[in-house]
Ligand binder design. Structure first.
Ligand SMILES: Cc1cc2c(cc1C)[n+](S(=O)(=O)[O-])c1c(=O)[nH]c(=O)nc-1n2C[C@H](O)[C@H](O)[C@H](O)COP(=O)(O)O
Length: 500
């Protein structure tokens, strides 16, 4: 009985309010009209214990729904922590993590450039930075440590130049291709990235629809904002999607997910292998762990962000993952198994020995080990080795990271990539303009690809070969800066806000 109310009728509001981090440390929270005891979960929460304690005894539905897919509670909490439905009304507590001046942000949203004024992928980044919540921006934009690799991923493309052919009939250019046995309208895909809902309430659902409308493949992250089934259902009929798997300590859960993907028509499983632990993304940590009046953390209470990461089922990683697991996954399904996050030639050769169907040369968009090399540089080393060993048709090689222009895509394809992945561009386009933004981003990239292929003297993807490139300076990383030249240089201007 709660205060005379039958337990089956639920937990009365007064009872919840009493359990607000009170002396015996019990922390009850209301989420979507259900009452949970989060006292023990405090230490495993990726956002740190503090934020939960700020909502102890309160209705945390708004902030919970902003950061978590609805099914995450079943994944993370034992049933015994569910105390029952809320009995009575309880006002929803506001999101205290927002560090934004909502009025200014809404003003920016009202004045953001029309979609027709967006001319390239970086324009989306410029607009998203001003219109999405700061905690979304730092999560999306951030890289690990000093963000050297984050930037090098893109700069490396700037060290590759073209040697275009002339007097080639390029009247008809075809940018379509096939990736892992699936026809697609362009040699690029949307790479799996967590928490798309932070930037746009439809999250991965509007990204799915946008990709479907342009027949571009969407990779769905294990840590997506919506349940996998909802994202699959959001896809257009016949649209191909891939699934990105974060392997948890509970291997059975991974096998079950692979089985589910097979049943639901997912085209391939991308096992992410560069995340034995989360990289230290300090822009995100600074915002995520900061609440306005940070109390002194008691020593035993506070866990380092990396230690937290270990306990954090949302980020699904298991530092004990090995090649043996890959063999097991291969055995368990007929779907292609791809390793996402490979960063050295030797590991690609091992992957071929294990019968892996494809690899993505990737450093997680500069969010994992800082000073990892740009994937395009690893690619330039890999393909000659595969050719020499006659292994280049044994595995499909993809790359991602820092790809923002059609020319970046062409450079990767000339070096032998089967296709390329883009992460942040899809998040920014979706966050700033929703499904229409995703469609526009894809169309812009396609327009650039067609234009660049014509100017390069190539009609179709198979015409893109290494002899079209000058990669002599690719490995020279400290490109000198000519400050006089830089100061005189008149940079491209971003789209104008209506009030500018
Ligand atoms: C930007 C971003 C990337 C994430 C990402 C989240 C964000 C916000 N997340 S993460 O939360 O764990 O880091 C994932 C993820 O869920 N799974 C994954 O395999 N890669 C994840 N990635 C990496 C992504 O799939 C690409 O490898 C990377 O984004 C490519 O670089 P660009 O962003 O420069 O295109």
């Amino acid at each position: 009985l709660w205060l005379g109310i039958e337990a089956k009728e639920g937990v009365p509001v007064e009872e919840v309010e009493k359990h607000a981090n009170n002396k015996n440390g019990e922390v009850w929270v209301v989420i979507n009209d259900k009452v949970y005891d989060l006292s023990e979960f405090l230490k495993a929460h990726p956002g740190g214990p503090q934020i939960i304690k700020k909502y102890a005894g309160k209705n945390a539905s708004e902030i919970f729904n902003k950061y978590h897919p609805p099914d995450v509670i079943e994944k993370m909490l034992p049933p015994s922590k569910y105390l029952g439905p809320l009995h009575g009304e309880m006002e929803v507590a506001p999101d205290i993590t927002s560090v934004d001046d909502e009025e200014l942000r809404n003003y920016k949203i009202q004045n953001k450039p029309a979609l027709s004024r967006i001319y390239n992928i970086s324009d989306f980044e410029y607009v998203a930075k001003q219109v999405i919540p700061t905690n979304a921006w730092v999560y999306y934009n951030g890289g690990s440590d000093d963000e050297i690799t984050l930037r090098e991923n893109h700069y490396a493309y700037g060290r590759i130049y073209f040697k275009p052919k002339v007097l080639v009939d390029v009247n008809d250019v075809d940018i379509s291709t096939e990736m892992l046995g699936v026809k697609t309208s362009g040699p690029f895909y949307c790479s799996g990235a967590a928490q798309a809902k932070l930037g746009h309430e439809e999250g991965e659902l509007s990204i799915a629809r946008g990709c479907g409308r342009e027949n571009i493949i969407q990779m769905i992250s294990s840590a997506a904002s919506y349940p996998l089934g909802d994202i699959i259902d959001a896809a257009l009929k016949g649209q191909k999607q891939w699934f990105q798997l974060y392997v948890t300590e509970n291997r059975q859960a991974s096998f079950d997910t692979i089985k589910y993907c097979e049943e639901k028509g997912i085209g391939a499983i991308f096992v992410t292998v560069d995340t034995p632990q989360l990289g230290r993304r300090e822009k995100d940590l600074r915002i995520r762990f900061a609440t306005d009046d940070d109390e002194e953390e008691e020593e035993e209470e506070f866990m380092s962000s990396s230690e937290l990461g270990e306990k954090d089922p949302i980020y699904y990683k298991d530092a004990s993952l090995t090649w043996k697991d890959i063999d097991d996954f291969k055995q368990s399904t007929k779907l292609p198994i791809v390793l996402k996050g490979v960063q050295r030639v030797e590991d690609v050769l091992i992957a071929i020995e294990h019968g892996v169907d494809a690899v993505v040369l990737s450093n997680h968009g500069g969010r994992q080990l800082d000073y990892s090399r740009a994937p395009v540089e690893v690619l330039s080393e890999l393909m000659p080795v595969l050719k020499e060993k006659q292994l280049d048709n044994k595995i499909e090689v993809y790359i991602d990271g820092g790809i923002r222009r059609g020319t970046d895509v062409l450079k990767a394809l000339c070096l032998g990539a089967k296709g390329v992945g883009l992460g942040r561009p899809f998040l920014y386009a979706n966050s700033a303009y929703g499904e229409k933004g995703v469609v526009r981003a894809i169309q812009l990239l396609k327009e650039e690809l067609i234009c660049d292929m014509k100017l390069l003297g190539a009609n179709k993807i198979s015409d893109l070969t290494p002899d079209l490139l000058d990669t002599k300076s690719l490995h020279i990383k400290q490109a000198h800066r000519d400050l006089l030249y830089d100061n005189a240089y008149d940079p491209l201007t971003p789209p104008r806000f209506k009030d500018e």
